[in-house]
Design a protein around this ligand. Structure first.
Ligand code: F3S
Length: 387
């Protein structure tokens, strides 16, 4: 059966009520975006999981739809606003209960049982060239730009509908002709570390709405590409960037070191932090291994909260887990550190992080000052040898 015939039948209710509603939602998007029909997807990732983002109305909608809907493709979900699988009295009982209702609704529909904004770290990993429907801007930008998958920057509802139907409208980032950069940034110096890559993302987001190519990145590890992706997804509308594009016709803009410093100054408050927050996006196994190595035999002298992907954490060696626990940091699973009112919950009024995205959301949600430093610098400054 052709893709479009399947969607037409779904619209008539021939595949059940949940698929009829999903097809209706996606058909409206297809018409508005003048899509070239529909395309089959191999994966979905849904945002709009955090109770703080969707409230009681979202909770009720998900609860209702979970009675009839089942996911047609491997589907992962974004982090929550409170722990759902561990008991932690720091978070209000009412919030935890509501968050659990949302989590359970997703589980009933067949979502993978870990909440993460880095599905590509082992939970939900499409292959290069596959078409998917992902919400969560940092993962979308990373997926398109680093993994070579094809996804639009979906919203929670469109990704939910696509997860149920198994198809998505074929437009935007699903078409090769739309994935070419219109502008190219040529770096005149070497950039390094999550903070500088985050500042580059800020610069790109403020520069243009178009897809940007980047030339002159000599080396970039996964942590740096994650930071760049999260920042581009936060400060700009672009669903991707292109490293070392071949485009000859694009306008080329040279980025000087002082311009990057200027960009960084816009997302970096000169403040004495009262706490450390790492994990926006949630930390990968590589980042946690590095952190475990850096803090071995040492102890944080500021409250330190670390947000990790459960699957990635399970891949750590026992001695790495011990080094992290002995350093005094507190590890959280399944929670978004940037949209969960952590300053109010934990009682701090300034924070240091390595994430440009954490800067944006914490600043806007909790109105506190945020300092940006790379993990090595944070450890250097706020971790002391055990005596
Ligand atoms: Fe993830 Fe929350 Fe940051 S969903 S990317 S930790 S804002």
């Amino acid at each position: 059966m052709s893709v479009n015939k399947y969607v037409e039948d779904a619209l008539k209710g021939e595949h059940g009520e949940a698929e009829r509603i999903a097809a209706k939602v996606l058909m409206a998007i297809s018409k508005a975006s003048k899509s070239e029909g529909f395309i089959k997807i191999t994966s979905a990732h849904i945002s709009g999981v955090n109770y703080y983002n969707i409230g009681d109305a979202g909770l009720e909608l998900l609860n209702d739809i979970s009675k009839v809907a089942r996911f047609a493709v491997p589907t992962s979900i974004n982090p929550c606003g409170a722990p759902v699988l561990e008991n932690d009295a720091t978070f209000s009982k009412e919030l935890v209960e509501k968050q659990r209702v949302i989590y359970n609704a997703f589980m009933k529909m067949g979502a993978k049982n870990s909440c993460t904004c880095v599905p590509y770290d082992g939970l939900n990993v499409p292959k290069k060239g596959e078409h998917v429907s992902w919400a969560e801007s940092s993962a979308v930008v990373y997926g398109n730009s680093v993994m070579g998958i094809y996804t639009n920057k979906e919203g929670g509802i469109s990704a939910l509908a696509a997860a149920i139907l198994g198809f998505t409208p074929n437009y935007g980032m699903h078409l090769d002709e739309n994935r070419k950069p219109q502008k190219v940034i040529r770096l005149s110096f070497e950039i390094k570390g999550a903070v500088q890559f985050g500042a580059l993302g800020y610069f790109i987001g403020k520069l243009t709405k178009e897809i940007v190519g980047i030339k002159g990145i000599r080396t970039a590890n996964k942590e740096e590409l994650k930071a760049l992706s999260a920042s581009v997804g936060t400060y700009g509308p672009q669903p991707m960037f292109v490293i070392e594009p071949e485009t000859k016709d694009a306008e080329v803009i040279t980025l000087e070191e002082n311009q990057l410093k200027e960009a960084l100054s816009k997302i970096n408050d000169d403040v004495q932090p009262q706490a450390i927050v790492l994990g926006c996006p949630l930390l990968s196994v590589e980042e946690m291994k590095k952190l475990a190595y850096l803090v071995q035999g040492k102890h944080f002298n500021l409250p330190a909260y670390v947000f990790v992907d459960r699957i990635s954490f399970s891949k750590l060696a026992d001695e790495e887990k011990e080094a992290l626990a002995d350093s005094g940091l507190k590890i959280y699973f399944d929670i978004c550190p940037s949209l969960s009112y952590l300053p109010e919950t934990f009682g701090y009024t300034s924070v240091v992080s390595n994430s440009a995205k954490h800067y944006f959301y914490t600043k806007h949600q909790s109105k506190i000052n945020v300092r940006l430093m790379d993990v090595e610098e944070i450890v250097d400054k706020y971790v002391k040898m055990n005596v």
